[in-house]
Design a protein around this ligand. Structure first.
Ligand code: THU
Length: 172
């Protein structure tokens, strides 16, 4: 200690963040629309271009106008150039159906050298992109997350995955 008096601040508060999500043992427990969307996401992993990671990701979304849009990860020999399935999907949806909200997105993956039996959730960059899309369309994006088999997680809106996020309001 330097011997100087310390000013005591008593204004500190603790806050906390938590959210609930649904967990199913398998896709057999989903309603038929969700099961269909997840099946499509599992199927579209075949279209991934992931020769470097051998981790094929597929995302399929249902839009508010009923259209279905898909995305897969697209890698590059220059590794950082690669794109995640989620952001490929968001770019396609925004281009093909501008100003149409995404209602539900199913995300799956096929890990060619490993197991694909548990849900993965979007990476940090994709969480930021998903949050912007929600904000832009003023509609929550419901996420269905699962591997090729096993447990399924359903999250009511993607921005729940990004607490204390930076967004357009911060730029005002
Ligand atoms: N990847 C996705 O496409 N989505 C995710 O949610 C996680 C990761 C891709 C990026 C890269 O091509 C490969 O998976 C391995 O990280």
């Amino acid at each position: 200690m330097d011997g100087k008096a310390r000013v005591k601040h008593n204004t500190m508060k603790q806050d906390n963040y938590n959210f609930a999500f649904d967990v199913y043992d398998s896709s057999d427990e989903l309603d038929s629309q969700d099961a269909w969307l997840l099946r499509e996401a599992r199927g579209v992993t075949e279209s991934a271009y992931a020769p470097y990671s051998n981790f094929n990701v597929g995302a399929v979304a249902k839009l508010a106008n009923g259209e279905i849009v898909a995305g897969t990860n697209q890698e590059n020999a220059s590794y950082p150039v690669g794109l995640c399935a989620e952001r490929v999907l968001l770019s396609s949806a925004a281009t093909l159906y501008p100003n149409v909200a995404i209602e539900t997105m199913a995300i799956s993956y096929n890990n060619i050298n490993g197991v694909s039996d548990h849900p993965i959730s979007p990476c940090g960059i994709c969480r930021q992109s998903l949050s912007e899309y929600e904000e832009r369309m003023k509609t929550p994006i419901r996420l269905i997350l699962s591997g090729m088999e096993g447990r399924v997680i359903i999250i009511a809106k993607s921005s729940l995955l990004l607490p204390l996020s930076f967004g357009s309001d911060d730029l005002k």
